[in-house]
Ligand binder design. Structure first.
Ligand code: THU
Length: 142
């Protein structure tokens, strides 16, 4: 059973229930006729907004946008900023781990100390994407 309790430094101040509700509401907007696996994602921003997204599939399967992709799009289009907490669900409300590509997407927009509710409890970005590729090598070249 995943530990969803928050502690002092593990997301204790985060309203996970609101994030779960936002993820579920987003999931209802999924376009998933091929997999029939609707996904909803939601995240809290540093300035207190909740952004969300749903997966949008395509007949050319590889072009599918994960829920995290549309969520990050909403983040940018509604004021930008950084993410502090993340939640992702399937159509039953069960927690989902973000796929590998989406961990990279989340990494790009993480706030320091960002946490994720996962099937293994609250995890940091570093827990789910250690030794990540980031902007540093690109900045060193410029
Ligand atoms: N999916 C997401 O939306 N997010 C993930 O992190 C994992 C997978 C979607 C993509 C596809 O539409 C469906 O789940 C089945 O793979």
């Amino acid at each position: 059973m995943a530990d969803r309790r928050g502690g002092a430094d593990d997301g204790g101040a985060i309203d996970w229930e609101s994030l779960a509700a936002a993820a579920h509401a987003a999931m209802l907007h999924a376009y998933a006729p091929y997999s029939r696996f609707p996904v909803g994602a939601a995240a809290l921003t540093e300035d207190g907004r909740i952004v969300s997204g749903a997966n949008v599939e395509n007949a050319s399967y590889g072009l599918t946008l994960c829920a995290e992709c549309t969520m990050v799009g909403q983040l940018q289009m509604t004021g930008g900023g950084r993410l502090t907490a993340f939640y992702c669900v399937d159509s039953t409300g069960a927690l989902l781990m973000p796929c590998g590509r989406c961990r990279q997407l989340l990494y790009e927009f993480r706030a320091p100390g960002m946490v994720l509710m996962t099937t293994a409890g609250i995890r940091t970005m570093h827990d789910v994407l250690p030794d990540a590729f980031g902007p540093q090598p690109l900045e060193e070249l410029s």
